[in-house]
Design a binder for this molecule. Structure first.
Ligand SMILES: Cc1ncc(COP(=O)(O)O)c(C=O)c1O
Length: 385
């Protein structure tokens, strides 16, 4: 691996205001909770930011035309998805995008449907926008988490207007296949639902025999009812730069979103645009190296967890997140339990599913190995005196 992509390097993030690390300032706890990686951004991104900083004038900035063109080219090259530049709506983040969807679609008191577990802002956004939320628990078939389509269809009511889909899925790590997505699309069509497809993890597919399928590419009707949310932030590790985009092919839907955003959603900061352009256009080699590294980390997690009795890890097809079933151990407070052992995890309760923890393995392997050692040690019963 070239030195410029030394993912093994442990970069000290303490004292940089890093939320992930500051949570445990002054404590010997390895932070593996919030979904960001501890790697330096791709070299092309760093150079682009340095050059822009040298210019020294940081005025209000529109999305550069070359950025729109870079996204159009990236989606075509990666997914064979042909979009028009004017389908892109720039946003300061996906969470504001999710809230915006909930605000723009339907009226006060209408219903939004999603499946749990899921990334927690899916669960809070509807109420923020005076909508109700219907949660349909996912089902586990073998080891595989999947939508319970029958239950989903039964749960859809007259006031259901929006379906929130996370694919690839945080936290269960699934890359939904064409059949699963097509059946979801059929349900959306039958009940005339708009679909908000959060595809922020699309560039993090780890299984080499799987591929991300953008929901909107399933057909013309599907595209016209879909709002896709994407960002370079997870894939290229730029979450602090606040830059994301929605892809909306239907002009009426686009207008609704723009109206709902007016005066509330700020424009994207210019460094976010600069970094996003350098990521999609100039960082393919870094991205390939990252995926290779993350596959190694994933394999280490699975291999170590296999030897720990009482826990099981869902297959990790995508993302740098491991979804770990600890129901058989059932500590009263899983986060505190693992913090006491020196690892900071996310409680499954936040995602709507207690009895699980989420472990972020997007970090240098030596740190991961130490965290996994601590995880195992926490579960070894102390000898009886
Ligand atoms: C599925 C999903 N959507 C959105 C986000 C956050 O997006 P943003 O930082 O752009 O608000 C995350 C971060 O963990 C995520 O996993």
């Amino acid at each position: 691996m070239p030195m410029e992509f030394d993912f093994d390097e442990i970069i000290d993030r303490r004292g940089t205001g890093a939320m992930k690390w500051d949570k445990y300032a002054g404590r010997d706890v390895i932070p593996m909770w919030v979904a960001e990686m501890d790697f330096r951004a791709p070299p092309a991104v760093i150079v682009a930011l340095e050059q822009r900083a040298q210019h020294g004038v940081f005025g209000y900035t529109d999305p550069p035309a070359e950025l729109n063109e870079a996204i159009v080219a990236y989606l075509d090259r990666t997914y064979g998805w042909r979009i028009e530049p004017d389908w892109l709506l720039w946003l300061p983040g996906l969470v504001s995008g999710l809230n915006l969807m909930c605000r723009a679609i339907g009226e006060d008191g209408d219903d939004i449907v999603t499946a749990t577990p899921v990334y927690h802002p899916f669960l809070s956004a509807p109420a923020h926008q005076r909508r109700t939320l219907t949660r349909v628990p996912m089902q586990v078939q073998g080891e595989r988490w999947t939508w319970d389509l029958e239950r989903l269809e039964e749960s859809i009511a007259a006031r259901s207007k929006l379906l929130l889909l996370c694919n690839p899925h945080n936290p269960v790590g699934r890359v939904f296949d064409r059949e699963e997505l097509t059946r979801l699309a059929q349900i959306a069509e039958r009940h005339d639902l708009i679909v908000a497809a959060d595809e922020i993890h699309c560039g993090l597919v780890l299984d080499e025999d799987k591929a991300h399928i953008p929901f909107a590419t399933l057909g013309a009707d599907v595209a016209s009812r879909t709002i896709t949310l994407m960002s370079a932030s997870k894939i290229f590790n730029l979450p602090g730069l606040g830059c994301a985009f929605a892809i909306v092919s239907d002009p009426a839907l686009r207008s609704r979103l723009l109206r709902a955003a007016a005066g509330i959603v700020p424009r994207v900061n210019l460094l976010g645009f600069v970094a996003t352009l350098a990521a999609y256009r100039d960082s393919a080699q870094w991205h390939r190296a990252l995926l290779t590294y993350l596959r190694g980390n994933r394999d280490l997690v699975l291999q170590r967890m296999r030897h720990i009795s009482g826990v099981t890890v869902a297959p990790i097809e995508a993302t740098y997140l491991a979804w770990i079933d600890i129901r058989r151990l059932a500590p009263a407070d899983p986060v505190q339990f693992f913090e006491a052992a020196g690892i900071g995890l996310y409680d499954g309760r936040a995602f709507g599913t207690p009895g699980y923890v989420r472990l972020n393995f997007g970090c240098p392997r030596p740190l991961l190995a130490e965290a996994l050692r601590r995880f195992a040690a926490a579960l070894v019963r102390p000898p009886i005196a």
